[in-house]
Ligand binder design. Sequence first.
Ligand SMILES: *Cc1c(COP(=O)(O)O)cnc(C)c1O
Length: 471
Amino acid sequence: MNTKQETRANATTAVFGSEKMLTPAPTQNIPQHKTTPEIAYQMVKDETYPQTQPRLNLATFVTTYMDEYATRLMNEAINVNYIDETEYPRVAVMCGRCINIIANMWNSPEKAEWKTGALGIGSSEACMLGGVAAWLRWRAKRKAEGKPFDKPNLVMSSAFQVVWEKFCQLWQIEMRTVPLTLEKPTLDPKDALAMCDENTICIVPIAGVTWTGLNDDIEALDHELDAYNKKTGYDIPIHVDAASGGFILPFLNPEVKWDFRLKWVWSISTSGHKYGLVYPGLGWVVWKDKKYLPEEMSFSVNYLGANITQVGLNFSRPAAQILGQYYNFIRLGFDGYKEVQQNSMDVACYCHEQIGKMKCFENYSKELQNPLFIWYMNPEYDKTAKWTLYDLQAVLQQSGWMVPAYTMPKNIDSLVVMRVVVRQGMSRDMADMLLSDIGNAVAGFEKLKYPTQSRLDYEAKVKQKGRVFTH
Ligand SMILES: *Cc1c(COP(=O)(O)O)cnc(C)c1O
């Protein structure tokens, strides 16, 4: 093959008439030669061509729909680096305004004109920052008291999102988890406190548990913790991981106390790119007051044209998401956010109800607290079924849906569940299409003469471990 000629594809070369389209895509080394932008574009685009349509991806919590103006704004800012605050000072101001708006939405008592918070690339970075702040505060206090500070621990439920495992591993903090059970599907405050001691840097309840869609009872935790702190003389605080709930509770359940109205909630994190309704990646963390953000976490750099203070793990980061968040606040306002979240909730409740009516399924919880829910196979049906939820996942994928099946956290990890996350962009009509695809898939499974491979694997496991449901 004449590689020279191939690389000299010119403007008249038809994309699919080029030699490039006959050569394997680079996997190890950078190609020696150039090609035209049209050909390069086509090759990259086609790599992603058979993937799920993002809006049919019901596995993710992350935004897959924004309106045209938001998309335009974000695309126009695609070349702006957030960190260059001197060059793009209005972006920094906009970021501060977003933090103010979110802090006030969470009932921050802070009086300052600019509330104390930071942006992250997602909740993960925001959680890390909240966790690090808790650890440094604890350490400073221990040092001041002349006590050892080498064995910090953190307490949360076993239904933690993986970021907390990362945080604990990277900062070498002992992770103490309260196991979930079918009877106690959220963090039990008494169980959590039983794991605390003088080395506990914070307790992390979750608003919008990734695994189940439920909320930990943060008000009850705060109440119990207050008594516990009084009794012991500790001052263990709460960091709320509100990755999903941070943008649901203020709109749909403003009466529920989970935020800075509670005494021991000193920091809260959320994902701007989940129910904040912005494309990825955007997260936010807010502290109750400046005094809860340790000074060591602020870094100043002077080479951008002014002295700039930053809190964050990353240095450079895209600015477009901030424009998207601020646009949403202006475009939707409180009422608009409430309507969008309520629609997601109503569509989720509708799916929940319909799934609950199918004899092969059972919902994990009766009520929804966030626009997502999980279900499992009805235990009676399960005894004779020739298929599993993994088979259902695979069949739904054929019509473009991504509806994940997975096992629950340790202790109840032999329970296989399926989850649907409803977000902006999922209408009642789409829900009907999904439900009809589920119905057709089940009808197909019921005609099976022999069990699927996935069923055989499952039965083998059941033989070893037993079914979760013994009735
Ligand atoms: C999604 C999620 C995270 C991680 O958030 P990212 O924005 O994906 O980094 C952390 N905690 C909970 C409870 C989550 O749902």
